[in-house]
Design a protein around this ligand. Sequence first.
Ligand code: SAM
Length: 273
Amino acid sequence: MPDLPPLREVIAKHGLSASKALGQNFLFDAQLLDRIAAIPGNLSGQAVLEIGPGPGGLTRALLKAGARVTAIEMDKRCLPALAELAEAYPGQLRVIEGDALKLDHGELMGGEPFAIVANLPYNVGTALFTRWLGGEQWPPQWTSLTLMFQLEVAQRIVAEPGSGAYGRLAVLAQWRSAAKLAMKVHRSAFTPPPKVMSAIVHVTPAAMPEGVSARVLERLTEAAFGQRRKMLRQSLKGVPGALEALGKLGIDETRRAETLGVDDFVAVARVLS
Ligand code: SAM
């Protein structure tokens, strides 16, 4: 194992004070980082896409686990520290400077399957999450997502019907994937500590239900949860054929969106697709 300087030294050496604008909250605890890197399973020899490596704490743990890491970072200040890490693990780390929202990840990974691991700011994390889980192509090129979110967002992703947290994110994450809350992370683990608690969500692709268009399902959940307090007969009024589909499936149109299971949404989308 290469003998690396402590992360706090790396930060001081390269002047990497955390930028609020870039949503930077760094993790330094090597044991915690090893536990996070273990969530996707055995990474030895596996291709991993890490978004937002920052000074490289999580990157170190991934490299230690034997992963071949491609890391996308948009903060230029972090590049020299990451270059040192690439030198310490020859041939194992490729750093791409850029905005992950603007890059084609599949192309970047040269068409090979890869695991995604990231500790990202809230807005970027959810935008990428919906992108990775959306679209008609399934199974996706990624084999798993291991992502840090605010605890409240993580709870929305794994939520079950009937709970206040259940909504579009839950249906998106569960209709053709398995999503679980893998680990809670206390705010004090970060430097600087964010205002809220965090958690890591782990998602793996499952079978795509037959005869369902992802676009139709997304439109349906958008309408249903857009007015979540309303009965379905009101919230789905604007979705052509939706009320007829409810009738056909024996789903009472006076129910509200949050009482329908993921399977119910899939069944309605199948009738509409
Ligand atoms: N992975 C490091 C860790 O766990 O200590 C840093 C985490 S910090 C919360 C998020 C990182 O994502 C920062 O380094 C930030 O510069 C980077 N970042 C933010 N938006 C990004 C984007 N759109 N594309 C690539 N990197 C981004």
